[in-house]
Design a protein around this ligand. Structure first.
Ligand code: GDP
Ligand code: MG
Length: 601
């Protein structure tokens, strides 16, 4: 395909603004998916994605489009639509997908206006030098305010409000005009056809039958199905079994040239051998300089995962191995907890990533798991100069500490200006530093904060939502580390420290944290046959104490001789509850207790 007729674009939007619906509508209008086989959210392939309505893995679809209006009416172009993941946990993957495009359709809900993710993605798109095509969606809604939000959009990207397109992805209105506009506004790809091949990997997906399917955008030269290829970050070489394009099912091709977007299959079984951001070249006469911007995925959040039934440990190990074939960002190593037994410490990109992994482990491998409260990574320098990386709070070093550093993020918060005070108060209580504030329109404000990641990963988003009646939106990206005054808070049950409950907290918050967590555990741990004292301590100093009183009567006694179904129900309910219980010493502790720290802010 000659580059002159190729147009590579993506759609960026805040969650729920209609990206998937618009993508589906385009597939239908271009005839790639017919009415009959069109199912909702064609591009969101994984079950979990479909259920949660989010896009985790990006995909690329090739669509032919014959211009139906204006200068090039009748000319057929090749549109490659590259789907980007929309969640903050996957910012790096988003940036690689954007790198594969020349334009971005900036999609905004005409009843909601610009949100934090819209802006965060817009900044990324501008950083990647993309042409921005502003579009208001859902103009069929009675609550749509197209004039107001077109002005807002125009103000931010510096265009005229009349340049903002109006569509309804739901009814299809305006989508044909949008396709014509994409052809018109998107620059054709530019590359050196005679140079050694260089292609950017923007996604790689494990497929049970075909092994790893790698999605690439060719920048220079051409990738042929006869080549042996080389991954430039590692120098590893692979035989090429197939190249092709997705339209919307995979279609084999002989080769992929400048500007083309497609997939390649090498027989590799592990996505870690085909990393997002890496450059593919040919083994012989290959390129010597990789495309810029490759980054190794760094886990930001860690948690312990333990099987409830210790016999499931080998199953959990096998499951993690399999999952890693599919998820290059997943990192894990075995760990042993005095309280929970044998398990794994797992590194995640963020909380959503953690939930997804956990759900997949339980669903696809039929495991019952206990997870500890997630924590970030700390770097500790001791007075004697030794360095420690702490991914598990219970391994926080004892002894003389010179400095502790914690990860920080740059957060962008968008909100109606009425809530500025409430947001400032929240961010201050989370150790935030205001970096700047801008009015996007007279009643909407963008606030930029530097915040410790540890303060954001827990209940920050929920608190932000509740303090702003749901109107504020949030996006963030990691920006490095800062030294902080942190201490380890331990929890003791019956006088014994429980490693799985240890947490690292800012010194000024430690006391309140200890009191709140001890209180919460008192409520969450069921009464036992004996009294259970709960203590929170910093080192040897106890900062809070609670007591779970002993059970007095057999709970079944009141059913004795009575209604048999009621009794059975009670037993079943207890059994159900048991599934999520773990014996810690002599005490039965429910799953909720291990993540109670999550909502202790
Ligand atoms: P995404 O999160 O950006 O992929 O958003 P979806 O495509 O999943 O859409 C979110 C919700 O908005 C769904 O319930 C859609 O049916 C609805 N939606 C999307 N586009 C339109 C539209 O043009 N009009 C109306 N009324 N609803 C829409
Ligand atoms: Mg979607």
């Amino acid at each position: 395909t000659p580059p002159e007729i190729i147009r590579n674009f993506c759609i960026i939007a805040h969650i729920d603004h209609g990206k998937s619906t618009l993508a589906d509508r385009m597939l239908q209008l271009t005839g790639v998916v017919d009415e009959r086989s069109a199912r909702a959210q064609y591009l969101d392939r994984m079950d979990i994605e479909r259920e949660r309505g989010i896009t985790i893995k990006s995909q690329a679809v090739r669509m032919p489009w014959t211009v139906s209006e204006g200068d090039n009416t009748g000319t057929t172009y090749v549109l490659n639509m590259i789907d980007t993941p929309g969640h903050v946990d996957f910012t790096y993957e988003v940036s690689r997908s954007l790198e594969a495009c020349e334009a971005a359709v900036l999609l905004v809900d005409a009843a909601q206006g610009i949100e934090a993710q819209t802006l965060a993605n817009l900044y990324l798109a501008l950083g990647a030098d993309l042409q921005i095509i502003p579009v208001l969606n859902k103009i069929d809604l009675p609550s749509a305010q197209p004039e107001k939000y077109a002005a807002e959009l125009a103000g931010i990207i510096g265009c005229d409000p009349s340049d903002v397109l109006h569509v309804s992805a739901k009814t299809g209105m305006g989508v044909e005009a949008l396709l014509n506009e994409i052809v018109k506004q998107t620059p054709a790809p530019v590359g050196n056809a005679d140079a050694p091949p260089r292609a950017l990997i923007f996604d790689s997906v494990y497929d049970t039958y075909r092994g790893v399917v790698t999605y690439v955008r060719v920048v220079d030269g051409k990738l042929s199905h006869r080549d042996r290829i080389k991954m430039m970050s590692t120098g590893a070489t692979h035989e090429m079994l197939e190249v092709g394009v997705i339209s919307p099912e995979p279609v084999k091709a002989g080769d992929l040239g400048v500007g083309e977007v497609g997939y390649l299959i090498t027989g590799v079984k592990d996505v870690r051998q085909s990393r997002v951001g890496d450059t593919v070249t040919s083994q012989i006469h290959g390129a010597t300089e990789a495309l810029g911007g490759y980054k190794h995925p760094n886990p930001m959040v860690f948690a312990g995962l333990y099987p409830i039934d210790g016999d499931d440990y080998p199953t959990l190990r096998d499951a993690l191995e399999k999952l890693q074939l599919n998820d290059a960002a997943l990192a894990y190593e075995p760990e042993t907890s005095g309280a929970l037994g044998f398990g794994f410490r797992i590194g995640f990109l963020g909380l959503l990533h953690m939930e997804i992994v956990r759900e997949r482990l339980e669903r696809e491998f039929n495991l019952d798991l206990i997870s500890t409260a997630p924590n970030v990574v700390y770097h500790v320098t001791m007075e004697d100069g030794t360095e420690h990386e702490v991914t598990n709070p219970s391994e926080y070093p004892a002894g003389k500490i010179a400095e502790v550093r914690e990860p920080v993020v740059k957060a962008t918060i968008l909100s109606p200006s009425d809530y500025i005070g409430a947001i400032m108060e929240l961010c201050q209580s989370k150790r935030g530093q205001l970096e700047g504030m801008d009015y996007l329109s007279e009643d909407r404000v963008e606030m930029r904060y530097t915040l410790p990641l540890a303060e954001i990963v827990f209940d920050f988003f929920d608190q932000l939502k509740s303090r702003t009646k749901g109107y504020a939106s949030l996006d963030y990206e990691p920006t490095g580390e800062q030294p902080s005054d942190l201490v380890k808070v331990d929890i003791l049950l019956q006088g014994e420290p429980v490693d799985a409950f240890s947490a690292i907290v800012h010194k000024d918050h430690a006391y309140a944290y200890g009191v709140a967590l001890a209180g919460k555990l008192r409520d969450l741990i069921p009464r036992q046959q004996f009294e259970v004292p709960i203590q929170a301590a910093i080192g040897a100093r106890v900062i809070a104490r609670e007591t779970i009183r002993a059970i007095r009567k057999d709970v079944l006694a009141k059913c004795y001789g009575g209604d048999i179904t009621r009794k059975r129900k009670l037993l079943e309910k207890q059994k159900e509850g048991k599934k999520r219980m773990k014996m810690v010493g002599r005490v039965e502790v429910p799953q909720e207790a291990f993540i109670a720290a999550l909502s202790t802010g």
